[in-house]
Design a protein around this ligand. Structure first.
Ligand code: MGD
Ligand code: MGD
Ligand code: MO
Length: 551
């Protein structure tokens, strides 16, 4: 979000999911949508059937890469060099959109100067992708009638994540591949309502609608609406997740309420997370299932699951949708919002937290969130596909495609932000000669508290595994289906070996759906977004021995 806000103005997909079918070229970078966004994958395949070119940049030959016309197997953490070289080719060969850049964008000269230092031959050395393929990708993306960029965690989960996102925005602006059907910069969100959670200000630095807490006028507006004094609202942004873990460790944070997170499995450098969380004086966890995190809780508050709740969710492409309850909550479980209201009331905020029903919450959202101002429960309940924000008035049909006229920045101009390549926080050494990257598989979901209790999924994907190239397996003496021990500067984990040519020599991949994986990952943060570098850790591997712990 930070990268797109700085360049284009809004941190969200520019185009609707279904609009991917209108693209003539789709550049997917750091996204394995065939496994992780199967519905979105469908529209990409529709585009392909109409002749679109699919370019996939991923260190692994994934199920997504399998359907690519051009596959760019880059080394983890080198995306910026690849994108810079593509822009180098586009400028050198005169394929950029001069008129678009002149009229709508600032910062072209600085960008041109920087990318002139990234000829394809240099990028080939950094990324491992042949220069000819970088040139082919650049030409295909720049010259197609409508090109769309799709990206996900493969580019964001790095210390340079925000910068790489800016660079993707640079690429779209340079070629004018934005603001029209089939174009755009499209970050795929992870969870069904993560876009909505961010829109509602579930971030440490903003109120709903991305209104900064540091702005006095915003604090006054919210204080007035909630019958509070402006001084009661802190002007200081709060902490992000990994920063909170550090604050617990330092004794600065002593109590915590967790809602729908399993940080003991999902957070980087997990041994440190467990150590820190044990220091909490009080931990309450609002959950639908027991998890590794609820084991440390002093109180567990049982929540109703998605099917037992009603209200809106905002999809990855900004579509606000109304969903009705399908079944009644089981036992003592209640909707998260009711739990929050009860907690808040006991803390002295009865007045602010008396909502008779979900509709009442939405009226408040609408009043406080400018991009939702024209939405209402009544409108949304009648439109099954939902309405995409910004929707400013009751007769506004919403905005499927952003930036059709201008960008959402001062003066309407997009901002090109040149990005220099920086290596990952951890590089390989004699002691840790391999690169470990991480991610997902179709059959499990995130930290696994939901899917690891599903027998049919467990039968097919029962345990932590590590993908190893045949050459690497040979060098380090690990065998297919045998157990291996993977070690980083932070810890070790035992995993079942899968030898496969789908991963290059020198790189290992592990899914984080099983508890031990994040013992290995690096908690170095992107300085802006504070996202951890899950996608690169220096590691070593050897056959497991007796006494190495269990898979
Ligand atoms: N089945 C299933 N679906 C899911 C989830 C799940 O757990 N299971 N989780 C959901 C969530 S919360 C999210 S955020 C999304 C995530 O969706 P994705 O981002 O697609 O998932 P990942 O597997 O984390 O990463 C995508 C790809 O990035 C590649 N990669 C690793 N390092 C690099 C790099 O340096 N550069 C590039 N270009 N690529 C790299 C990996 O090989 C991987 O194939 O999925 C959502 N959907
Ligand atoms: N190594 C590595 N680590 C990663 C990543 C990676 O790519 N590599 N990806 C990161 C990413 S993108 C993400 S999003 C995180 C995900 O990490 P988490 O958010 O910690 O993982 P989830 O499993 O999605 O946790 C959600 C929890 O919410 C509970 N839950 C489900 N529905 C409800 C509900 O309606 N109400 C309540 N109160 N609880 C509910 C589930 O039981 C589950 O325990 O992991 C991150 N960790
Ligand atoms: Mo995510």
């Amino acid at each position: 979000m930070a990268g797109l806000a700085a360049t284009l103005g809004s941190g969200a997909m520019t185009n609707p999911i279904v609009d991917l079918a209108n693209a003539d070229c789709i550049f997917a970078i750091g996204s394995n949508f065939a496994e992780n966004h199967p519905i979105i994958s469908r529209w990409v395949l529709d585009a392909k059937q109409c002749g679109a070119t699919l370019i996939v940049a991923d260190p692994r030959f994934t199920s997504t890469a399998w359907s690519a016309d051009l596959f760019l197997p880059l080394l983890p953490g080198t995306d910026t060099s690849l994108i810079n070289a593509m822009m180098n080719v586009i400028i050198e060969e005169g394929l950029w959109n001069e008129e678009f850049v002149r009229e709508k964008v600032e910062g072209f000269d600085e960008l041109r100067d920087l990318v002139s230092q990234y000829p394809p031959a240099r990028a080939a050395m950094i990324t491992g992708v042949p220069a000819e393929d970088i040139i082919k990708a650049a030409r295909a993306y720049a010259t197609s009638e409508a090109s769309s960029i799709v990206y996900c965690m493969g580019v964001t989960q790095h210390i340079c994540g925000t910068e790489t996102v800016k660079n993707l925005a640079n690429l779209a602006m340079l070629t004018g591949q934005i603001g029209r059907p089939g174009t755009g910069v499209n970050p795929l969100r992870g969870q069904d309502n993560v876009q909505g959670a961010c829109d509602m200000g579930a971030l440490p630095n903003v109120f709903p609608g991305y209104q900064p807490v540091t702005d006095e006028a915003n604090r006054e507006k919210f204080a007035r609406a909630y019958d509070m004094e402006p001084e009661d609202i802190s002007p200081t942004p709060g902490l992000t997740l990994v920063e909170m873990t550090r604050a617990i460790d330092e004794g600065k944070l002593r109590g915590m309420v967790i809602l729908g997170e399993n940080p003991l499995v999902g957070d980087p450098n997990a041994a440190h997370v467990a150590e820190a969380f044990k220091k909490l004086k009080f931990l309450a966890v609002i959950e639908i299932f027991p998890s590794e995190t609820t084991e440390l809780a002093h109180v567990i508050l049982p929540a109703a699951s998605f099917a037992e709740k009603r209200g809106t969710k905002t999809a990855t492409d900004r579509r606000v949708q109304w969903l009705e309850r399908a079944v009644e909550p089981v036992g003592e479980a209640m909707a998260d919002w009711k739990i929050i209201c009860r907690l808040a009331s006991r803390m002295g905020f009865e007045k602010q937290f008396t909502y008779p029903h979900e509709e009442a919450i939405f009226y408040e959202i609408r009043a406080m969130t400018p991009s939702y101002a024209g939405l209402s429960p009544e409108r949304l309940q009648n439109i099954p596909g939902g309405i995409p924000w910004p929707c400013l008035a009751a007769n506004d049909p919403g905005t499927p495609i952003l930036y059709t006229q201008s960008f959402n920045r001062p003066g309407g101009m997009g901002k090109m932000a040149p990005v220099e390549y920086i290596p990952p926080a951890e590089v390989t050494s004699d002691e840790y000669p391999l690169v470990l990257t991480s991610g997902r598989v179709t059959l499990h979901y995130n930290a696994g508290a939901m899917t690891r209790r599903t027998r049919s999924l467990q039968e097919r994907e029962p345990e932590l595994f590590v993908q190893v190239n045949p050459q690497t397996a040979e060098s380090y003496g690990v065998r297919e289906q045998a157990e291996a021990l993977v070690t980083t500067r932070r810890g070790e984990a035992k995993a079942r070996v899968r030898v496969t040519r789908r991963i290059p020599p020198g790189v290992l991949f592990m899914p984080f759906h099983f508890p031990d994986m994040n013992l290995l990952t690096n908690d170095a943060l992107d300085p802006t977004a504070k996202i951890p570098e899950y996608k690169v850790a220096a590691c070593r591997i050897r056959p497991a021995e007796e006494g190495d712990g269990h898979v």
